[in-house]
Structures are given as structure tokens and as C-alpha cells.
Design a protein around this ligand. Sequence first.
Ligand SMILES: [Zn+2]
Length: 129
Amino acid sequence: MTIKKNVIDQLIAQARAELPNESCGYLLGRDDTVTENFPMENVDHSPEHFSFDPRQQFQAMRYARQNGLRILANWHSHPASPSRPSQEDLRLANDPSIRYAILSLLDGQPRLNSFAIRQGAVVNKEEHL
Ligand SMILES: [Zn+2]
């Protein structure tokens, strides 16, 4: 999966604006290329976990469909931990059709990896930043 540079910049800006809490969203695009961030509210408002609003999830799906885009990944930030899934992230990653991207802001050094997760285990990792 490729993520356009301007999208990565948007993720970093959103994640920094929502510090100290985790931020989150969907990555939309065509084929294997992410062209848009769909920002989502972290309804947990927590520095250590996140949840999507189901109504907003529906809006994201509708937006993607109306614009000929697919949801390629969901993403969230780790304000103070590395760019890899936590145990809870692995447990909650139950959609095999998408990737899971994690933007770390640890030590002020943004890192972005995405993961394919099957049955609670990482089966593939890609580095984007
Ligand atoms: Zn996480």
C-alpha cells in the first residue's frame, strides 16, 4: 500500500492537534494507493485507546462509495509509544479486508507503519515514514 505524502502530512497534523489523546481515521483510495484521509473522532478521548463513532463509520463508508473510493485502512496515532499494534489493537483488528496503520509520535519523531492482521497476529508490515 502506498500513502500519498500530502495524506501523511495530514495525519501528522491531525495527530498533533489532538494530543495528548490518540487520533484516528480511515485511509481511502483506489487500488493500493491512499489518496485521502477521512478523519474520525476518537470518542474515547483517551491517550491510550480509541473508538470510532458508528454513525461516523457509516458516513465514511457512504463517502467512499459515492466518490469511487475504497477504505484501504484504518489508522490511529500512538502519542507516546512505537508504531506497532498493542495487544488491544491486535484483538480489535477484525477486518481482514483492510490494513491497520499506526502513526507514532514517540519522541517527536513521526513514524508510520501499516499492518495486515489476521486472527490477532501481524502477517505483514509496511513502513511508510
Ligand atoms: Zn494502538
